[in-house]
Design a protein around this ligand. Structure first.
Ligand code: ADP
Ligand code: SF4
Length: 695
């Protein structure tokens, strides 16, 4: 039963002509599936509706080919042929009593038009945002009228698709309605430029157009960025206050946040739950219309506090709804401890960034709802009374054990160390990564409820132990360790002077408490988050740190998780030295010889220690030993041995959780044939599917 303290979260909210059944609002979020994978997209949104979200939104939806976002795969409503894909989503969302919302946008100079080959348009002549070697041309008054017409027609198409809420988008530095507000993008001297009133004119007109077009049956929402954190170069909160006052009663709902996306979906390493409050709390005082905002809210107490303190009317969520699509239902049913809390790692964002289906560290079913028929809450019951031995209790082992336990298998987990969680437990102790422990904590919480799962700490298993145990199924999730020899993407062989050098440390050494001192070079051939975390840790310990990479860019993959700018800012603020495009040739005594990767010139550096972050080696010795003793398996009662997660091939925590989940899903299930998951075909067959002629 629901805790009465949370009742307020379940009161309905009117949004113009429609009513949300509760205060949980899945705000628009990208997913890498969009218009290209409409069945997968609809199934993903449906699970959110089933999980209790009163409003389920699309991602950005392009309204015209001149606002084409290729290579990013978003929603699309260029013409009537795009309606069925969104109608499918609406039907699925409505089936669970939720409202469907559509975020219309034309991204002007922040579009690409790589597919449509149209000329980019913007308030004024300006470079395109993402470094494409082309510019946007200044819109004429005719263009502005056309843009308004496209937006209006897209709103009507959205209504025909079944949408209940139509968004006007003026956030994230991504839409013309926002670009006209920004002085740096709008240098016009006509009635659309100059004074604030002029710069707001287009936004006001588009809001009025949308209300006029669909306002009789659809709520009109405005997604608005109150602060760009760019100083006078961007929209500042002082100006945003005036804009909100000018438009206060025009939309039926205000959806407010900070820009750009890297500030809005800020990783947990750089901001806590509810971090946007100081930037958005004025809005509710300025309008009588409901206000929704985000803050990676996972705690119902925080949510209630936001409403009671008059900050928000509705709890907006993208990431918390990805990590746990059933978050509202769990609060409603009084199952707070079952909430799978987002860890703020932004692997979900990397789907959009790499134009691939969204995935989530915490929720391995995200993006698999349609193509694998995976549901975040349901799983097929076990096929047999056979037992499973899970070796290793990192994210892969814990997730395998949890999901196998949910299926009803008798599971035993053996963990060598005296704590659960593997790499998650270790990395969560590093600066800024504490929330990552939620990967472990949620799984332990679930496992503790299952009488059929036994967990044994301090149990380093050998091949003989596994044979003696005699479970029919054995899954090895024994993890990996960091290489010490410098081999990696850039260094194709061991670096001279690294092996057996007590001055060379790995991240494992640091996590074991063995820290270097003095002048330390962090060699990063990994390219993601860890080197910056290690640099920060060592700086805090008083070391003089240089972050070195053979790459041309520091932490390039962190662009995909929106960490990049925050990492660069922090490293710069801490005064940590950086050096790119240099490989290590040799390390002897305290002399490090570096080579410029382009002109091969050499420099020498004095340093007391090197932390090498290049590549990892699977801990697969147990697997290899068991394979060698394959002839003994049947006598021991073993039917199959599998190696998963980092022990198979080191990767992200998300990969390990996924591997554990997939193992559990597929155990003893019949093979599905050649194609392991459903795929989207851009053929007549898909058109038939969308028309509901077959399934
Ligand atoms: P993954 O990310 O694949 O889950 P981790 O490195 O996080 O991998 O976790 C692996 C876990 O396996 C660690 O907690 C480690 O202590 C444990 N482990 C490794 N070898 C053995 C073994 N032979 N017996 C039991 N546990 C083991
Ligand atoms: Fe949260 Fe990470 Fe999942 Fe994104 S991938 S929803 S940030 S846990």
């Amino acid at each position: 039963m629901r805790d009465p303290r949370y009742d307020i979260l379940f009161t309905p909210v009117r949004i113009g002509p429609v009513t949300a059944k509760n205060r949980f609002f899945q705000v628009p979020h990208c997913n890498g599936m969009g218009h290209a994978m409409p069945l997968a997209h609809a199934a993903m949104r449906e699970v959110k509706a089933e999980g209790g979200w009163a409003v389920v939104s699309t991602e950005e939806c392009e309204i015209h080919p001149s606002g084409d976002l290729t290579p990013y795969v978003e929603a699309r409503l260029w013409d009537d042929r795009d309606i069925p894909a969104l109608a499918l989503m609406c039907d699925r969302v409505h089936a669970h009593g939720a409202l469907a919302a559509l975020e219309l946008t034309h991204n002007g100079p922040t579009a690409s038009n790589l597919y449509s080959r149209e000329v980019l348009i913007g308030p004024s002549h300006q470079p395109s945002k993402y470094g494409y070697p082309s510019q946007a041309r200044a819109m004429t008054r005719h263009d502005i009228r056309e843009y308004r017409r496209w937006h209006r027609e897209a709103a009507i198409r959205g209504k025909r698709a079944g949408m209940d809420i139509i968004y006007v988008y003026a956030a994230h530095d991504l839409s013309l309605a926002m670009h006209f507000l920004q002085r740096r993008r709008n240098q016009r001297s006509d009635e659309y430029g100059g004074s604030l009133e002029n710069r707001v004119r287009l936004l006001r007109e588009v809001l009025e157009d949308t209300r006029d077009a669909v306002g009789d049956t659809c709520g009109v929402a405005l997604r608005f960025a109150t602060e760009e954190l760019l100083g006078a170069n961007g929209v500042e909160i002082s100006e945003a206050r005036d804009i909100v006052a000018m438009l206060a009663e025009l939309p039926d709902l205000w959806d407010v946040n900070v820009a750009a996306w890297y500030n809005d979906s800020i990783p947990s390493r750089f901001a806590a739950e509810g971090a946007q409050e100081p930037f958005i709390d004025f809005v509710k005082k300025t309008t009588s219309k409901p206000v929704v905002g985000v803050g990676r809210f996972t705690s119902p107490d925080t949510m209630v506090a936001q409403i009671r303190r008059g900050v928000l009317d509705m709890i907006g969520a993208a990431r918390p709804s990805i990590a746990d699509p059933f978050l509202p239902r769990k609060i409603e049913e009084g199952r707070i401890e079952d909430i799978r809390e987002c860890i703020g790692c932004n692997i979900c964002v990397s789907g959009d960034m790499t134009t691939s289906p969204i995935r989530c560290t915490q929720n391995p079913t995200m993006g698999e709802e349609w193509r694998r028929d995976w549901h975040p809450e349901r799983i097929a019951p076990k096929r047999s009374p056979r037992r499973v031995l899970v070796v290793g209790a990192g994210p892969a082992g814990l997730e395998a054990a949890r999901a196998l336990g949910q299926r009803g298998y008798e599971v035993n987990v053996a963990e060598a160390s005296t704590e659960l969680g593997g790499r998650v437990t270790r990395e969560a102790r590093l600066p800024g990564l504490a929330e990552w422990a939620r990967v472990r904590d949620w799984r332990i919480g679930q496992i503790n409820k299952l009488a059929n799962v036994g967990v044994y700490l301090d149990s380093m298993l050998s091949a003989q132990d596994v044979l003696d145990f005699g479970a029919e199924h054995v899954v090895l999730a024994t993890g990996c360790h960091w290489r010490r020899d410098g081999y990696g993407r850039s260094h194709g062989s061991a670096i001279a002077g690294f092996t057996d050098n007590p001055r060379v440390f790995t991240p494992d050494d640091l996590m074991d408490g063995h820290l270097p001192e003095g002048r330390v070079v962090v060699l990063d051939d990994d390219g993601f988050y860890l080197s910056s975390v290690v640099a920060e840790l060592l700086h805090k310990q008083g070391c003089e740190v240089t972050w070195l990479t053979p790459d041309d860019q520091l932490a390039p993959w962190s662009m995909h998780t929106l960490d990049y700018r925050h990492i660069r800012k922090r490293i710069a603020e801490l005064g940590i030295g950086t050096l790119v495009s240099h490989a290590v040739l040799d390390y002897s005594d305290t002399r490090l010889t570096l080579e410029n990767v382009w002109n091969h010139s050499r420099i020498e550096r004095e340093c007391d220690a090197v932390v090498t972050i290049t590549a990892r080696i699977p801990n697969d010795a147990l697997h290899q030993a068991l394979l060698l003793r394959g002839s003994e398996w049947s006598d021991a009662g073993i039917q199959a041995v599998r190696c998963i997660g980092d022990a198979e091939a080191p990767g992200l925590i998300a990969h390990a959780v996924y591997a554990g989940h997939r193992y559990a899903r597929e155990l003893e299930e019949p093979e599905t044939g050649e194609v392991v998951f459903k795929r989207h075909f851009h053929t007549a067959r898909e058109t038939d599917l969308l028309a509901g002629q077959s399934d």
